[in-house]
Structure formats: structure tokens, C-alpha cells
Write a protein that binds this ligand. Structure first.
Ligand code: UN1
Length: 502
């Protein structure tokens, strides 16, 4: 992309250019496709943290008084702004994160879908009513706003994961404080600009707040801060564990969306055309840097040779390069650390006895490009059980559906999973309690690319949180049980007699 276009894009979102003066508190953002400096942005610092938190607390208080359908109307306007700036935001994502433009557009679409879902939800914050065991008593529950929701997001979905949290939190009557990844501050600042414009037009309290940090300091402050009523964290299991422990110390709530080691099972009846397509998208989408990326394929031995042939053929066709070129399918990894982790992963897999079928090299051109790899492997190797955040796919032969499910579930993680089969019994076994132990289990669909309508998240080391659709909204509210006595007596529950005349 020409420099002048980058300038226009930054200007479009009122973002500082790379010529902006360097300062001690500055955070630099780089283009992973060529290593060039995109911009320098200011970090919030301790003083900024306090201002943002007090604004969020005040905004949450005022916002909770606004009727929920009106809160939905604000989210509608955020959705409209995203529709209007979809292309520019997608280009900025491609530029700063390195995912290809088609996936950048998909990420913004995911936010728009989320806005639509949240708008509808704003009229459906339903509580139940129960039949009281006492006569002339009414019992029901209601959902009230929590207050302030902290949202810490990762570089790989620099804006969509914020929208899962912030747009639901908004219709539920909360303010959010967003701490994006230091690797993608421009995407966050662009979304913040759009939100600020909408908030101004709407005359709404400042419920969308942003913290920019170079490291983990402000995230740790959010975890310890009693004013943060819910902390949603997306990132590694190691950091998620620390965050959850800090939040638990103050008996706060956390919502965790951590790593995955997602498998696709291909049984002896699977349609290999479908399976191969899903595997290629799952393993190569976002250059293997999704938490839902396909990392393991557990394939029935009778299908191994043909599946391997198709996958290797597809990998050889894949165009690696500029994420903004529409013919590119694989962009760069996010940074040099990611390239080194990929190299270590390949070396460890080979040292364990893995056979490299295709790819595995680091490209020598500028930018953080690698050739996606497929390795013939065994499930019990340490490296296969480790989430390397890059395009390494392990192909593992199995002899039965029982073995495949067992190996799939041996992972410490439990995010996403998929089975390719044409046999009803296998599909149902896989979806039963004896089947996949993941939060997401698909049949004839791969592991990545979930729709927002379902609850998103996973079990075990994935952290147990659920975001986006279904009843995930309940996480952003507190439940209150109410019993109203409209009789002229005071009967006690459980029939207890406690006769005393005060
Ligand atoms: C993530 O990788 O953190 O299901 C989120 C998917 C996307 C979201 C991924 N809709 O792959």
C-alpha cells in the first residue's frame, strides 16, 4: 500500500501519523507486512487511568437510568457508523494486524452483526417470574446493570472481540473500559473515534472508554480495581490465570476467553472436499493466529493419504503476501516474536520425529512472513499439545471415531472442534456428552469462523467464559430475585412458625 494511502487512512480516523513526535510515553505501531512504522500514539499512564475510570463510573451511573431500548438505539448508531466506515476500518485492520482484507471486512461485519444482535437484545432483557409457595406473594427476577466492564483484547481480533463485550454491555446499561493489545492500538483508536462521534451526536454519557498501554500494567490495575464489576479478558492462558486470580481475590467477576488447540476429526466416511476446504481455512485464516484456528487434524487412516495430498496441494497454491492485495490468502504474522515461536514450533516438531510435509520456512523478504506448515505428527508430543500461535497444522492418523474423540479431548484446552462425517451415529456420538468436550462442536464445519448468534467460548484451559450470542448478555448484568407480599399476614418460607408479637 502506498504511503500516501496510509496517511489518508490515518487521517480518516483522526489518528496521528508516524511523523508525530516521539515521546517517552509513546507507543509505536508497526505494519507487520513490511516492518515500517505506522504511527506513534500516546499511552494513558497512571493519571489517564484514573481519569478514564472516574469517567466510566460516572457514565455507567447515568447510563443505567436510560431505558434499555434507548440504549439499543445508541448501539444502532454505532452499527450504522461501522457500516459507513467498513472499508476503511477493514483496511486499517489489514494494515496494522496483517490479516487479509477479506478477513478484515469479515471482522467489521462481525461487529455489525453484533450491533444488530445487541439492539434486539435491548428489548429482551427478560427475567422470569416464579410461583411463590406463599399465597398472595409475587416472586420474580430482574436483571440490573453491573456498572463498569473492563475489556482486555488481543491483537488477533483487534476490534470484533471488543464489540462482543462492549455492545452487549452497553444495552445492558454498563460503561466499558477497553484495554486493547499494544500491538494494535490504531484499530482501537479508530473504533473509539467512531464511538465518540456517535456518543456526541446522541448526547449520551461517555460509556465507551479506552486505555492505551505499552505493556500489562494497566490490565493488571483493571484486575485489581474494585470499580471494575466485570473483567473480560481475551489472551493467553498464562495471563488469563493471573488476571482471574487477582479478580477472584476481590471476589470480582471475570470472563475468560483463552487459548485453544482445536482439532478437526475426519472419519472414514467424510467428504474430503468439504473437509479439506474447512481445514485449509481453519489453519490458514488469520495466518493461524485465531484462538479458533485448526491446529490438529485427526484423520482416519483410510483417508490419510488422499487428505494429505489435497492439503499439500492447496498449501502449495496459497498466495502469501500483502494483506491488502485481494489475491493474497495468507498475510504476515504479527511480529518477530511470532515468527520465532513458529520456527521453534517447527524445530520441536521435527525433533520429536515429525515429518514436515510442506512449508515451515521463514521468508527472507521484509515483514514477518512464514510458509504455513503441515507436519505428520503424533498427538502425545509436547509440541502438539502446545498452542503455537501460527500456521502449523499437525496431521495425526487414527483408527476409529472413539480414538479420535479421545485424542481430541486429551488437550488441556476446550475451545472449538469439528467433525467431518456422513455417518449419523458418529455425528450424534460426537455431539453427545461422550463426545467433544469443547465449548464449540461442529459437524461438517471447521473450527474457526463462528457466527455471533451462538455463545462463544470454551472449557478447561480456555477459561469457561461465554461471549456474543445466546444468553451471554446475562454475564453483563446482575440478577436480583424479588418477592412481594401483598397479603396482610407474614407467612415464612418453608412453613416455619416463629410466633412473637413485638
Ligand atoms: C478469536 O480468535 O479470538 O470464530 C475469535 C471465529 C471468529 C472469532 C475468533 N468469529 O473464528
Amino acid at each position: 500500500m502506498a504511503r500516501s494511502n496510509i496517511g489518508a487512512l490515518l487521517k480518516h480516523f483522526d489518528l496521528p501519523s508516524s511523523e508525530a513526535g516521539a515521546s517517552a510515553d509513546g507507543l509505536e505501531s508497526y505494519n507487520p507486512a513490511d516492518g515500517s512504522l505506522l504511527s506513534r500514539v500516546h499511552t494513558s499512564g497512571a493519571a489517564g487511568y484514573n481519569t478514564v475510570m472516574s469517567q466510566a463510573v460516572a457514565a455507567a451511573r447515568a447510563w443505567a437510568d436510560v431505558p434499555a431500548p434507548q440504549r439499543g438505539d445508541l448501539v444502532r448508531q454505532v452499527g450504522d457508523a461501522l457500516r459507513q466506515h467498513k472499508r476503511e476500518l477493514a483496511e486499517l485492520i489489514a494494515l496494522e494486524n496483517g490479516k487479509i482484507i477479506a478477513e478484515g471486512l469479515g471482522e467489521v461485519q462481525e461487529m455489525i452483526d453484533m450491533a444488530d444482535l445487541a439492539i434486539g437484545q435491548s428489548r429482551m432483557l427478560y427475567g422470569r417470574s416464579m410461583h411463590s409457595e406463599r399465597s398472595q406473594h409475587r416472586m420474580y427476577e430482574q436483571w440490573h446493570p453491573l456498572g463498569v466492564v473492563g475489556v482486555i483484547t488481543a491483537f488477533n481480533f483487534p476490534v470484533a472481540v471488543w464489540s462482543w463485550n462492549a455492545l452487549l454491555a452497553a444495552v445492558c446499561g454498563n460503561a466499558t473500559v477497553w484495554k486493547p493489545s499494544p500491538k494494535t492500538p490504531l484499530c482501537a483508536l479508530a473504533v473509539q473515534q467512531l464511538c465518540d462521534r456517535v456518543l456526541r451526536c446522541h448526547g449520551a454519557p461517555a460509556i465507551f472508554q479506552l486505555l492505551i498501554d505499552r505493556g500489562a500494567e494497566l490490565g493488571a490495575r483493571l484486575a485489581a480495581d474494585r470499580r471494575v464489576n466485570l473483567l473480560s479478558f481475551t489472551g493467553s492462558t498464562a495471563v488469563g490465570r493471573q488476571i482471574a486470580q487477582t479478580v477472584a481475590t476481590r471476589l470480582g467477576r471475570s470472563l475468560l476467553e483463552l487459548g485453544g488447540n482445536n482439532a478437526i476429526i475426519v472419519d472414514e466416511t467424510a467428504d474430503l472436499d468439504l473437509a479439506a476446504r474447512a481445514i485449509v481455512f481453519g489453519a490458514l485464516g488469520t495466518a493461524g493466529q485465531r484462538c479458533t484456528s485448526t491446529r490438529r487434524v485427526l484423520v482416519h487412516r483410510s483417508q490419510l493419504t488422499e487428505l494429505q495430498r489435497r492439503l499439500v496441494h492447496a498449501y502449495r497454491q496459497v498466495r502469501i503476501g500483502d494483506p491488502l492485495d485481494p489475491t493474497t490468502l495468507v498475510g504476515p504474522l504479527i511480529d518477530l516474536d511470532a515468527v520465532r515461536a513458529f520456527e521453534r514450533g517447527i524445530a520441536s516438531a521435527q525433533a520429536a520425529g515429525g515429518q514436515l510435509l510442506v512449508g515451515g520456512k521463514t521468508l527472507t523478504r521484509a515483514g514477518h512472513f512464514v510458509e504455513p506448515a503441515i507436519v505428520l505428527a503424533r498427538n502425545d508430543w509436547d509440541i502438539v499439545q502446545h498452542e503455537t500461535f501460527g500456521p502449523i497444522l499437525y496431521l495425526i492418523a487414527v483408527d476409529s471415531i472413539d480414538e479420535a474423540i479421545r485424542l481430541q479431548n486429551e488437550s488441556a484446552y476446550g475451545l472449538s472442534s469439528g467433525l467431518f462425517t456422513q455417518r449419523l451415529q458418529h455425528a450424534e456420538q460426537y455431539l453427545s456428552h461422550q463426545g467433544s468436550d469443547c465449548g464449540i462442536a461442529n459437524v461438517n464445519i471447521g473450527t474457526s469462523g463462528a457466527e455471533i448468534g451462538g455463545a462463544f467460548g470454551g472449557e478447561k484451559d480456555t477459561g469457561g467464559g461465554r461471549e456474543a450470542g445466546s444468553d451471554a448478555w446475562k454475564t453483563y448484568m446482575r440478577r436480583q430475585t424479588n418477592t412481594v407480599n401483598w397479603s396482610s399476614a407474614l407467612p415464612l418460607a418453608q412453613g416455619i412458625e416463629f410466633d412473637i408479637a413485638p
